[in-house]
Design a binder for this molecule. Structure first.
Ligand SMILES: CSC[C@H]1O[C@H](OP(=O)(O)O)[C@H](O)[C@@H]1O
Ligand SMILES: Nc1ncnc2[nH]cnc12
Length: 289
């Protein structure tokens, strides 16, 4: 299978440059309309697609982002690997605004989102014990390090519902839980990518200290935007480095992301709902007859 990298761009990342022969195209999904059209082109020999998570102009809230349509659409156009880039607050003194964190765990505190492609009529349970692809994460880490930014290899991301930022008590509690960064969007994105058998890595760009830090005030959007603008060149260089490292065919994922559905579907063939099955054609077509 040919490798096809997708970048999901978070706040402040609504466009990427450096893609050759790039075009924006609308992709239809049975799960609704994705956040925006998808930009597809090439970096060297690697096919790269870009989807702005909030849409160009930032129209979707963290809750209204059509996560299922986004992941389904990427799967539908042949994407094999997804790197999510996200703005995050930090719970750690040594993880400072401007640093990048290669996220490797999540605590999901979101509660108002569709979290699975499966449901009544076709039930499946995939493992998210290790919710990111370690192979793709290592590629992202190396590419990020090569840009010269400070990179933290591993970190737990607290996914909150938002759109308001945390209270100080919440922020202190998440910090006591051992969380490293906080954002509003990587869940259910990472869970859905696993259900769709896509390798998924998450790069958190730290923009602030959330609200726990005694020496920093409340989270401030203008500070976040300023930090994101400062990171733009490094983010672009990282994307280029990841694409260059992923040229050629995609080998079987050593961590098994591409086989996540192998033993996951519980519903017996005769009990499956044909309508539900029809919309799983891209996500689960590999394992469903
Ligand atoms: C711009 S501050 C809050 C906003 O930023 C993050 O977005 P993303 O994860 O897409 O980079 C955070 O999750 C909130 O949605
Ligand atoms: N402190 C924070 N909390 C949630 N999402 C964020 N995105 C950027 N900073 C954030």
């Amino acid at each position: 299978m040919t490798r096809h990298l997708a970048i999901i761009g978070g706040s402040g990342l609504y466009q990427i440059d450096g893609l050759k022969d790039a075009t924006w195209a609308a992709v239809q999904s049975p799960f609704g309309a994705p956040s925006d059209e998808i930009l597809t082109g090439r970096i060297d020999t690697t096919t790269v697609s870009f989807l702005p998570r909030h849409g160009r102009g930032h129209v979707h809230t963290p809750t209204s982002i059509p996560y299922r349509a986004n992941i389904d659409a990427l799967k539908r156009i042949g994407v094999t690997d997804v790197v999510a880039v996200s703005a995050c607050g930090s719970f750690q003194e040594h993880m400072e605004p401007g640093d990048f964190v290669i996220v490797d765990q999540f605590i999901d505190r979101t509660f108002a989102r569709e979290k699975s492609f499966f449901g009544t009529g076709c039930v499946a349970h995939v493992s998210v014990a290790h919710p990111v692809c370690p192979v793709l994460s290592a590629t992202a880490r190396d590419a990020a390090k090569a840009t010269g930014v400070t990179v933290h290899d591993g970190g737990t991301y607290l996914a909150m519902e938002g759109p308001q930022f945390s209270s100080m008590a919440e922020s202190r509690m998440y910090r006591a839980w051992g969380c490293d960064v906080i954002g509003m969007t990587n869940m259910p994105e990472a869970k859905l990518a696993r259900e769709a058998e896509l390798c998924y890595a998450s790069v958190a760009m730290i923009t602030d200290f959330d609200s726990w830090h005694p020496d920093h005030g409340a989270v401030d959007i203008s500070q976040i935007i300023e930090t994101l603008h400062g990171n733009a060149a490094a983010a672009r260089a990282m994307v280029k480095g990841i694409a260059q490292a992923l040229s050629g065919d995609k080998p079987l994922c050593a961590a098994g992301c591409d086989r996540a559905l192998e033993h996951a579907i519980m519903t017996s063939p005769e009990a499956r709902d044909p309508d539900v099955m029809a919309r799983l054609d891209a996500v689960a077509g590999r394992v469903l007859p």
